[in-house]
Design a protein around this ligand. Structure first.
Ligand SMILES: *Cc1c(COP(=O)(O)O)cnc(C)c1O
Length: 398
């Protein structure tokens, strides 16, 4: 294997997405090779010994590392501006590892309340079972973050824009509060995508992705990735992953690696369409609330401007008439699929109150702004005019 030398960081993100991290075998293939192998053979017993001691740089076993996985990790490192990364089987494996691996009983976590349902389960239910207490705050209220910090707070965790109500949290300000209290900030950057937001440059210490979403972006496979400093990955993540085993399949890493090549093109097209759809919805009489991070009427428009390079592929809106009207709208859509993925090339609509957030108590949903009429809209790659016609025709039936 030889590394294809391109001085990655000197190129713009679109170029890195196509070339970064590529390793070529002795055959000089154009497309990245898929190393569907669980292990590797050694030239000699001495080489094997050296590799186990960490003195020989080759691969050992695909639970620890694999050439195709390494290419995916390197491409993510170059895109994100991180020092190191580890890929995982799913986004939740990345989140759980980033939260659990550096902590021990007696530590404390502060997190924003508005989290993807499974992330909230990890923070609110799982960690406390192992003696790691957690406090959930209104992520938009910096005073709540400050007041929640304790001497034993080690990790702060947020997602921005939030799922599904698309609040935009001030990553730089929250990083400052975390650091002042001796804690690290972990950011779940799924909704923003690496194309529109770089949390590490805003002050975050760790970034996690569900690569299942925009990075694959074609609804094919699950995957996740944790990006941070060399020290954090070596000290906390490397051994935890190696010994507990939530490894990504080389096949999935290969799919994601090819997904990265078109990530920029897809996310830009999806965002342009989302902006046009949001403008149409804003004027629609059947809509009582519209949230789109790219519009001047977004409640945190100033924060969006400060930390994001563009709006979002995601739109949130509330249909007048509650659950019945929302369901009539979903059922009348001919093009958009009713599903629970997002960031896909196919447009996907979700009713969070009865799906991704049905586990929450009704009061908790109300507090997060997830009303019965609320719909999450993930804009795909269809022609925007077709999507607008589909949506306005469905709203006529709401
Ligand atoms: C989907 C998602 C996850 C979990 O990712 P999986 O790949 O489904 O495990 C975590 N956080 C956010 C914000 C997500 O949208």
């Amino acid at each position: 294997m030889s590394e294809v030398k391109i001085p990655s960081r000197t190129y713009r993100p679109e170029t890195r997405l196509v070339h970064s991290g590529t390793l070529r075998s002795q055959y000089g293939e154009t497309s990245e090779s898929l190393f569907l192998t669980q292990g590797f053979v050694y030239d000699s017993a001495e080489q094997c010994e050296a590799r186990f001691k960490g003195e020989d740089p080759g691969f050992l076993y695909s639970r620890f590392s694999n050439p195709t996985v390494a290419m995916f990790e390197q491409r993510m490192i170059d895109l994100e501006g991180a020092e190191a990364a580890r890929a995982t089987a799913t986004g939740m494996a990345a989140v759980t590892t980033a939260m659990l691996a550096p902590l021990k009983a007696g530590d404390h976590v502060v997190a924003a309340k508005a989290l993807f349902g499974s992330c909230r389960y990890v923070v609110e239910t799982l960690l406390p079972r192992y003696g790691i207490e957690s406090t959930l705050v209104d992520g938009l209220d910096l005073d709540q973050w400050r007041k929640a910090m304790r001497p034993n707070t080690r990790t702060c965790f947020l997602e921005s824009p939030t799922n599904p109500t698309l609040d935009v949290l001030d990553i730089g300000a929250i990083a400052e509060i975390a650091h002042a209290g001796g804690a690290r900030l972990v950011v779940d950057n799924v909704f923003a995508t690496p194309i529109w937001q770089s949390p590490l440059t805003l002050g975050a210490d760790v970034v996690v992705y569900s690569a299942t979403k925009h990075i694959d972006g074609q609804g094919r496979c699950l995957g996740g990735v944790i990006l941070s400093s060399n020290d954090f990955i070596q000290e906390h993540i490397h051994t935890f992953l190696r010994q507990t085993g939530p490894a990504i399949s080389p096949f999935n890493a290969w799919v994601l690696l090819k997904g990265l090549e078109t990530l920029g093109v897809r996310v830009k097209a999806q965002t342009t369409s989302a902006a046009a759809i949001a403008d149409t919805l804003a004027k629609h009489p059947k809509i009582s609330r519209l949230i789109y991070p790219g519009r001047a009427d977004h409640p945190q428009a100033a924060t969006v401007k400060k930390q994001m390079r563009a709006g979002s592929t995601m739109i949130g809106f509330e249909v007048k008439g509650g659950k019945a009207a929302a369901f009539r709208t979903l059922n009348a859509l001919k093009l958009a699929c009713i599903s629970n993925n997002l960031g896909d090339s196919k447009t996907i609509v979700t009713h969070p109150a009865t799906t991704t957030h049905q586990r929450l108590a009704p009061e908790d949903r109300a507090e997060l702004g997830i009303s019965e009429g609320f719909i999450r809209y993930s804009t795909g790659l269809e022609h925007p005019d077709d999507l607008i016609e589909d949506l306005t025709a469905a709203l006529d039936k709401a």
